[in-house]
Design a protein around this ligand. Sequence first.
Ligand code: SAH
Length: 235
Amino acid sequence: ITSMTSANLFPGVKVILVETSHPGNIGAAARAMKNMGLTELVLVNPLDFPNMQAVFRSASAGDVVRDAQVVGSVEEAIADCQLVIGTSARERRIPWPLLTPRECGEKVVTAFRGEQKVGLLFGRESRGLKNEELQQCQFHVNIPTGEAYSSLNLAMAVQVICYEVLQAKLADSHDAGNAKEQWDLPFADSAAVEYFYDHLETTLIQVGFHDPDNPRQLMTRLRRLFNRVRIDSME
Ligand code: SAH
């Protein structure tokens, strides 16, 4: 019997699967995670769960499947996260700070060493993550592929990202002390940042700067602006 605690090398780092349609993918993702030392799985509105297919496909990661937290929205899944990274198979209209899988692994490990909560967001098999979901992330990560086919199976994408997270941890375990991010206050979590955007939007409407009937990409651009400075909890 493997206990949860010894299997989890990354407490506070969650893999979040959004509206997964195939339970088999949930199981395969759980296995990919546990192989790399991650065990915190969150499912946002899974289409068909619990389902034995998920347990079968997880092989010896049944504990990860059984302990998965099921929530009703992405907001709920990331509310306590100070670093949120979204995966994406394609370019979006307004480009976001983009990481390679390797850089993503390093960011996650640096945040983990700084005791930040981290969410890694994975999208629907059919259509990935929505723009509004991607805009709640500080960074996007794209797994480079052959040109002809850029969309990996969901669990395979989880495998690649979790592999890079573990490799980054193994690489810096010699000088763990140096890897901490230097900042005096904790970074704001997603819930606090969302309150801020709500308040900002209302205020901009009240002062007549923002026209909700003709929003252009104002809120998206403001999200990208504030995103670049990493707001802390005091700010
Ligand atoms: N057809 C969808 C792709 C869905 S693939 C689209 O065009 O967006 C399901 C999920 O696997 C994606 O949401 C993402 O989380 C992950 N994924 C697949 N391929 C990826 C890639 N090349 N880079 C990063 N994530 C990828």
